[in-house]
Design a protein around this ligand. Sequence first.
Ligand SMILES: [Zn+2]
Length: 311
Amino acid sequence: MSIRDVILAAILLSSTCVASAKADVPNVATDIAPVHSLVAQVMEGLGAPGQVVRPGASPHGYAMRPSEARILQEADVVFWIGPQLTPWLGGAIANLAPQAPVTALLDARGTTLLEFRTGVQFAADDHEHEHESGRGDQESAQYDPHAWLDPQNASVWLGVIADELGRIDPENAETYAANAKASQLRIAAAEAEIGEILAPAKALQFVVFHDAYHYFESRFGLSAAAAIAAGDASDPGPARIEEVRQTMHDLNVACVFSEPEFNPAFVATVIEGTSAKAGLIDPLGAGIEAGPGFYSALLRSVADELVKCVD
Ligand SMILES: [Zn+2]
């Protein structure tokens, strides 16, 4: 093939893409990278959503940049986890995207919700209650918002996202629905694969930085011994740190996982003088390339880091 043929082929290919892409695909705003990835999967071939919370930042407390505010300003539709994760974002959506329909995924029908765990040591008092949300009436207010780490929630949300985009953009509804279906199959395959990856880690005693992994643990049959910080990622006080150290001693904890979004000094403090190894897990996948492939890669990365500690 000559250079001229390559250029011709590229022009043909790009014009085909332009012809098949619908110009009126809505502008979509999302909050965090996992939600961005699920929406990107549903929109694949048509467009890509914007993301408000930048990679590597904690969504629990956040200051938007002007470019991120613009994503909301230009949004025709918004998908976010909900105010439980990003209390600061509700007001920003109301101010910057007052006309846009907004979907809080925690309120979506069929979402499995888990209550916040209280205290430091989960092994002793791990009461799990699964609830089916769906009335959309702030019923989920007291629940742990890190629900994206359950692949079955992601699967439910793909359907919700496709329905909502199809309602707003009926011309492309079939594509959204077909994309969601294909993604649901891929996520189910990833879930099975991750279950196998995690087999050696079932009995692992580990401490996480903040209480963000309840959904992941619950779905894959693991159990963190403790979290240094609570589910809202507020800085732990000296009493909590001491309790974590006691738990580590009592349960012979093998690994303590820090997170790139938070101060590593707390991890260094709890690990000091113990034989526990330090690891790093990121519930938001800051190092993973954004886009459709992000979501399954995120789950795999959490599993890989946990298993690394077993070796
Ligand atoms: Zn969190």
